[in-house]
Write a protein that binds this ligand. Structure first.
Ligand code: HH2
Length: 279
């Protein structure tokens, strides 16, 4: 794995795990939907997450919770661009969570340093949009679409199948001359997976190190934690922190979370134990 992640004008060391703070500018996201749906509220929240120590901010304008429908380009643009433009000069890289190639290009032009694509650049023209830039890209696995992905997902070998998919997508990115140190991979917890599938992926996350790309995990406040603890979405901080720690222990280097301060504290302990002094 590369020692650093290159994201446009930023270079982040991967010596210690990085925290990606989530800002959903949506009315309907599963955990923070509606809370930050206006530009002002989203900006306040993003600045708070940066103050709490987020290494990257991920802005999303389309909920991908199970059952969610898609959002038109114009609406996504209206939600995300004002927030992105205001944050483009921030001290940390800004990632944009989008599946639309046209919006990827626009977000990059407006200052995004990373694109987080839950569709792993499978849309026509998505690879070209990233290849024409110097931003980082997160390639995530999902089965189906948010509208239907939790309808009885099945795998013969979930780890092997997700690994094979991400291998194909990483190779497609290499073929387009997207360098290894710009690529992040993500097994996509909760995207077309049962609780057992999610647990199996976390249990064997270290196998994804074979792909030689930085691993991102997004488990924060997700349904699998609700299943395990019986808690509502806003009461899943402790479970989220536990999942983050298991992720880094198994090799993840970017943890996508809603609760930045809590995650940073846990990772400070983990980093100290592992003798990574620069926090
Ligand atoms: N999860 C969500 C959205 N984007 N991106 C990556 N790379 N990995 C993830 O696990 C992931 C993601 C879903 O969480 P959230 O953004 O909080 O909710 P919603 O999609 O409802 O806005």
């Amino acid at each position: 794995m590369s020692e650093v992640l290159r994201l446009g004008k930023f270079t982040l060391s991967l010596a210690r795990p990085l925290v990606m703070g989530v800002v959903n500018v949506t009315p309907d996201s599963f955990s923070d939907g509606g809370g930050f749906a206006t530009t002002g509220a989203a900006l306040d929240h993003a600045r708070r997450l940066i103050d709490e120590g987020a290494d990257i901010i991920d802005i999303g304008g389309e909920s991908t919770r199970p059952g969610a429908g898609s959002v038109a380009l114009e609406e996504e643009r209206k939600r995300v661009l004002p927030v992105l433009e205001d944050l483009a000069g921030a001290a940390v890289p800004i990632s944009v969570d989008t599946q639309k190639p046209a919006f990827m290009r626009e977000a990059i032009a407006a200052g995004a340093s990373m694109i987080n694509d839950i569709n792993a650049l499978q849309a026509p023209a998505a690879i070209a949009a990233i290849a024409a830039s110097d931003v980082a890209i997160c390639l995530m696995h999902k089965r189906g679409t948010p509208a239907d992905m939790q309808n009885d997902p099945r795998y013969d070998d979930v780890v092997g199948e997700v690994l094979a998919f991400l291998d194909t997508r990483v190779n497609a990115a290499y073929a387009a001359n997207i360098a290894r140190d710009r690529i992040v991979i993500d097994p996509g917890f909760g995207f077309g997976k049962t609780l057992e599938h999610n647990l199996e992926l976390l249990r064997h996350l270290d196998r994804f190190l074979d792909l030689k790309s930085a691993i991102l995990v997004g488990i924060s406040r997700k349904g699998m934690l609700g299943h395990l603890t019986g808690r509502d979405v806003n009461e899943r901080v402790y479970a989220s922190v536990a999942a983050a720690l298991i992720g880094v222990e198994k090799g993840a280097r970017i943890i996508r979370v809603h609760d930045v301060a809590a995650t940073r504290d846990a990772l400070a302990v983990w980093s100290a134990v592992n003798s990574i002094t620069k926090l």
